[in-house]
Ligand binder design. Sequence first.
Ligand SMILES: NC(=O)c1ccc[n+]([C@@H]2O[C@H](COP(=O)([O-])OP(=O)(O)OC[C@H]3O[C@@H](n4cnc5c(N)ncnc54)[C@H](O)[C@@H]3O)[C@@H](O)[C@H]2O)c1
Ligand SMILES: [Zn+2]
Length: 362
Amino acid sequence: MREVKVELGGRSYQIQIGSELLDSIGRQCKKLSLGRRCMVITDSNVGPLYGEKVGASLSAAGFESVQVTVRAGEQTKSWRTAAYCHDQLAAHRMERGSFIVALGGGVIGDLAGFVAATYLRGVAFVQVPTTLLAQVDSSVGGKTGINLTSGKNLVGAFYQPRHVFCDLSTLDSLPDRELRSGLSEVVKYGIIYDDVFFRRLEKLMPALVGRQSKALGEIVARCCAIKADVVGQDETETGLRAILNFGHTIGHALEAVTHYKKYLHGEAISIGQVAAARLSCLQAGLTSAEARSMETLLEKAGLPVHLTLKKQQVESLIQAMSLDKKVSDGVVKFVLASRLGQVQWGCKVPMEQVREVLYQLV
Ligand SMILES: NC(=O)c1ccc[n+]([C@@H]2O[C@H](COP(=O)([O-])OP(=O)(O)OC[C@H]3O[C@@H](n4cnc5c(N)ncnc54)[C@H](O)[C@@H]3O)[C@@H](O)[C@H]2O)c1
Ligand SMILES: [Zn+2]
């Protein structure tokens, strides 16, 4: 088992990474001075697979737990489901000392974290991420929230969990496409922070795609350590934390113009990273050989590196980006790499150059 600490003074916490961790959740929670009662919030895919195990572990350690299962999918990150969870907490007479267990992918982590941040002005919560994306990214760092009809993640709070359990065994049931989507964020950590890790990923990629748990454990731990380091320096994204958005400026726009249907998050971010790498060559001194390595690694992960869009959709993408708040005077702000393992944020790129690079990717 590996452990990574997120250093945030009084709000510091441990991330545990290992196989078959679900059985030890109860025992571990005992060490966190939590109350006796808790609510496990999970979704309709994950609940039937792992809910019982988590419940059994909690009750064996003397906790009284109830499970609330919400519909799987992004549309669950809503006011409506958050209110349903709040009502369930009240109906079960959960108190200030009670805690929430978020069992699922990033959707459940964001939703349950937000519910924890707001119920009775804040109750403790622990994260049990069950997708690769959630294990390497969303469960760490304390961003919680829900979507509005006018946009994603528009309501939320910075609210740190008390502990994170990354059980690698839960990834066994994850569909291939979801696993690959998570690998996109894994590659991102190499690009933004650690060239040695990037080169290691080049070696490990076949083992990762093949779900070898030793390789998965190594990379989940490294990604969590990088995220912990970044968040420890800039918890509320006043500066450095923005580097985690490498590939996300175009990636987010791509998700939006395709109505969150065509691409999974990691897939859109893969294309976004290829575009950001090419812009980095034009604007930040990245060599074309380094940009090619990035593209090759994403391809090896089975991720898309080209825009499979019609011309009309590319134009909508450019238009959506031009209308974005981050754009002024035809200039967009990007996170760009000056070399492998090092990025800068707030780089101004003319929209014309973005257009040029996007058309290269069609
Ligand atoms: N808070 C943050 O810092 C942060 C960072 C990145 C992404 N996010 C958010 O995370 C969300 C995406 O997370 P995600 O990709 O984990 O999506 P998700 O939670 O929707 O999970 C993807 C799918 O896999 C299923 N699933 C989860 N674990 C499984 C398992 N072990 N076996 C089988 N099926 C399983 C889910 O039910 C769902 O259908 C988005 O809402 C995004 O905004 C948040
Ligand atoms: Zn992302």
